[in-house]
Design a protein around this ligand. Structure first.
Ligand code: PGA
Ligand code: MG
Length: 238
């Protein structure tokens, strides 16, 4: 049976804070990933990868991405250390050059702040990649806290990073909304006890995002922050 959720505005007054994912939610970084990975592969004399294959591998951190790409091109896992070194070098050099902020992000973050929500950015990307990217895209000023995939012992979909981010914000998980683009974000949020809304335009490991167990879906962050006059595609069960 198809369960139809009557579209209704999310009640943002239920929340004190929002934790926002980076890749696939704030910034479309697929171009950066593809360019840095192909420079890495070239240094290792390996075949190049195409964007659709990379898109399905993004979201579980750089270690997972590099190991997946090496497997994808049929390279030996023993090349991992050298690959990681070359990847880091190239990614830091091009960080943000082939990436763009999604529509509605700046306005949506401003609106969430104006509604009194405190904001943290929580990504599986290394912190050393995340901080300069947010700054280069003019998004750093919105967030009180920024945590990368190396900030805690475990990454999303483990709940630990969300629980630690709530702790840093001083907010209760039940009053902290997770905003992401993938099942990784949703699983971490569910396990942490944070309500979760997913954007419809991200990566979600190459799978349709609306099949993920989440409390709602939006087509932009601006849509999330707009309580009135929601387009019909927005649906929430919160
Ligand atoms: O795996 C990554 O590097 C990106 O992860 P994110 O979607 O958590 O920002
Ligand atoms: Mg993401």
């Amino acid at each position: 049976m198809i369960r139809r959720v009557k579209p209704q505005p999310i009640d943002l007054s239920r929340f004190d804070a929002a934790i926002v994912d980076l890749d696939g939610t704030l910034v479309d970084t697929l171009g950066d990933f593809v360019v840095a990975l192909n420079l890495m592969l070239r240094d290792l004399s390996l075949a190049a990868v195409e964007a659709p294959a990379v898109e399905a591998m993004v979201g579980k951190g750089s270690e997972h991405l590099i190991a997946s790409v090496l497997r994808h091109v049929g390279a030996a896992a023993a090349l991992y250390e050298r690959a990681w070194d070359r990847y880091q070098h190239h990614y830091l050099a091009i960080n943000g050059a082939h990436a763009r902020v999604y529509e509605g992000v700046a306005a949506g973050l401003s609106a969430l702040r104006a509604r009194g929500l405190r904001l943290a950015c929580l990504t599986n990307k290394p912190t050393a990649f995340a901080l300069p990217l947010l700054a280069a895209k003019g998004l750093d000023g919105y967030f009180e806290q920024v945590f990368g995939g190396d900030a805690f012992e475990r990454k999303k979909p483990d709940p630990l990073p969300l629980l630690k981010t709530c702790e840093a914000l001083g907010t209760l998980p039940a009053r902290t909304l997770m905003v992401g683009d993938s099942s990784n974000d949703a699983r971490a949020a569910r396990a942490a006890g944070c309500p979760v809304v997913l954007v419809s335009y991200g990566y979600n490991h190459g799978e349709p995002v609306r099949g993920v167990d989440a409390d709602g879906f939006v087509d932009s962050l601006l849509e999330l922050s707009a309580q009135d006059d929601l387009p019909s595609s927005a649906s929430f069960s919160l």
